[in-house]
Design a protein around this ligand. Sequence first.
Ligand code: ARG
Length: 332
Amino acid sequence: MRRTSSARVPRATALNGKGYAVPHAQSQTQPDVQPNALPWGRRYVMVRPDHFRVDYRINPYMDLDDQPDPGRAMAQWVGLVSAIERLGGTVEVVPQRPDAPDMVYAMNLGLGLVRPDGGTHVVLSHMRYAERRMETQTAQPWFERSGRSTSYVGRDGVGAHLEAGDVFAWGDALVAGYGPRTEELALKHLATDLEVRVRGVRITHPAMYHLDLAFCPLDERRAMVAPGAFDHASASALLGLVPEPLLLTDEEALTTFCANSIVIGRTVLMPAGAPARVTAQLEDWDFEVVEVEVDEFHKGGGSVRCLTNPIDVTLGRDVPVVPGGEVLVPAV
Ligand code: ARG
């Protein structure tokens, strides 16, 4: 599916009516050199779906009368692991608690980071809904046993809520969605605890309750963005951070989960059924698109990104260190 020559042709020129050479219109927005691939997104933590069910309704997708088929869900999860490994990624597996059906959405266990000295750390999530809070009671010792230090910004219902599906390394900061799940106060804790800049964007759409349903970094200049997830000020702030956005309509994001994709080098691993317009643009940008069937997990309100937690985001490389930390939130 990789397109070869056309996306890499040198800047075209054309003659205007007066015979002067003017740059081709497209060359003003397309750099001559392919932007660098994301350095992170090669190492993942996932949770094996041994107890995946829809037991409660904490997002608009969940319907207790539409239960996942356990065998099909497991086969889809195994297919996702194989796809990641085929692309050179690695997967570490955390066992699922029987009482935590949503734990399969491993993205929300916590925010994994590599420190500048190479040490690894996880800021554990403090879930908005009590139904998911027990997940970190299993994840925390698992991360510690695997050699990572852990911390919280709040826990057991006390303090700020943070759900890691709301946080991405992007540009000069961690971009953090807040509103439906993560609270604005968590951004302050992240910034000061990690000594980074945090750029907050307010999520207002009830069905795009995590940032990873509306934003997907693709390479150092490009990201998929569904502006309809955010209030006006935050949508423009986010678009201002993305030199070349691939804009998604609400319908595209909501019905296909296409923003809930992961990127390994120049391959975008997407849920099957992504809009042709979106995959065509990705291929035009010289990404390879690989689709995986994960629709059993759409019943709980998550897709490829939610099922995978990247643990190789590196401070000082992917997010600059800012002594004391800094939070920037658009004025409404
Ligand atoms: N049922 C889960 C919840 O509502 C879905 C989580 C989706 N995960 C994500 N990273 N968007 O919490």
